[in-house]
Design a protein around this ligand. Structure first.
Ligand SMILES: Cc1cc2nc3c(=O)[nH]c(=O)nc-3n(C[C@H](O)[C@H](O)[C@H](O)COP(=O)(O)O)c2cc1C
Length: 328
């Protein structure tokens, strides 16, 4: 059997398959089963900064920066009642007792406000790391891209003042200069960048004349964007890269590792094929490594990153011209 060990946020883990933050990582039963099947680490379902603010008596109304719609306030209050912050800390403690793989907490945030002090409680509860799922919607026409991007740095700096836990930042590719921003973020002391988050996109119900969410789950075709950016940036940043979005099988894990990812996260496929798919994905990676004669991940990780590939242009625009010019 090949050795699948690697690191995530600088922590030693036994396999590169990390369970992405999702409904499955909100339950001890699933966390235990996923760990038994060989997952390298678990990222718990995210707490929203609004939940923390609400429950820790930074009353919602005081948070003018959030600029919430009334419906959003109601939603947060209801959501908060069902998913208390205290329960989250209990989840961390219980998960740590039950599994011997790293348990990573996750916070969904878009401001560097008082909630950041909660990172201390997460550390005290025993989490091995903290993933910050940051998304600043660049929809305010009065805010420059610099102002929007600065928030990511402010959040990281504030959280790092509160905790010594290794930190990962999970973000989207919606930046005016993605490579440059990610490079700068990698120098802030974070241990990992998760490329990329996936968002609930809006759709319109033309019969009910209403807006509805759509496209909750990814498909395997969605892997391309992450693959490109992992390949472009691996070995060029100060921190590790964790690939997320569109990994639906063992082949997807292998591709991301070849592109240079240190770890690979999965979420949608667990809903689509069930959590046993973790076993088959790892079997595929093992079999492929044996067939190719790779004894460990380091033997092939990054072999097809931009700085090592024999055909690096395949990740850039030039391929676009070559590919589509022949199609009438
Ligand atoms: C049902 C569901 C719930 C999710 N909840 C969270 C969450 O709480 N926090 C988070 O950072 N990402 C969350 N995600 C995003 C996943 O962690 C992942 O980044 C995204 O789905 C892309 O990976 P995938 O293609 O393997 O699904 C969720 C995804 C799904 C499908």
């Amino acid at each position: 059997m090949a050795n699948l060990a690697t690191t995530y946020m600088g922590l030693n883990i036994k396999s590169p398959l990390v369970i992405g933050s999702s409904g499955f990582t909100n339950s001890i039963e699933y966390i235990e089963r996923l760990a038994k099947m060989g997952a390298g680490a678990i990222i718990l379902k995210s707490l929203f900064e609004e939940q923390i603010m609400h429950e820790t008596s930074f009353v919602l109304k005081q948070d003018t920066s959030a600029n919430l719609y009334p419906e959003a306030e109601d939603y947060i209050r209801n959501y908060t009642q069902q998913n208390s912050v205290q329960q989250y800390l209990e989840l961390i403690k219980e998960a740590k007792e039950k599994v011997d793989i790293p348990v990573i907490a996750s916070i969904n945030c878009n401001s560097a406000s008082e909630w950041t002090s909660f990172a201390q409680s997460i550390e005290s509860a025993g989490a091995d790391g903290l993933e910050l799922n940051i998304f600043v919607m660049p929809s305010d026409i009065n805010r420059s891209s610099n102002e929007n991007e600065q928030l990511y740095f402010d959040i990281v700096n504030k959280v790092r003042q509160q905790t010594k836990l290794p930190i990962s930042v999970k973000l989207s590719y919606h930046f005016s200069s993605l490579a440059s921003t990610l490079e700068k973020l990698s120098w802030t002391g974070i241990k990992s960048l998760t490329l990329f988050n996936r968002f609930f996109s809006p759709d319109i119900d033309i019969n009910k004349l209403d807006v509805k969410p759509s496209f909750i789950f990814s498909t395997s075709e969605d892997i391309g964007t992450t693959l490109r950016w992992v390949a472009l940036l691996s070995n060029r940043l100060r921190c590790e890269l964790s690939a997320s979005t569109g990994v639906h099988n063992g082949e997807g894990i292998i591709k991301q590792l070849l592109a240079g990812a240190q770890t690979v996260q999965v979420a949608s496929i667990l809903y689509k094929d069930g959590i046993d798919s973790v076993l088959s994905m790892l079997q595929t990676v093992n079999k492929w490594m044996d067939e190719k004669g790779f004894a460990d991940i380091a033997s092939f990780r990054g072999k097809l990153s931009v700085d090592k590939a024999t055909n690096p242009g395949a990740y850039e625009r030039v391929q676009f011209m070559k590919h589509f010019s022949g199609i009438e």
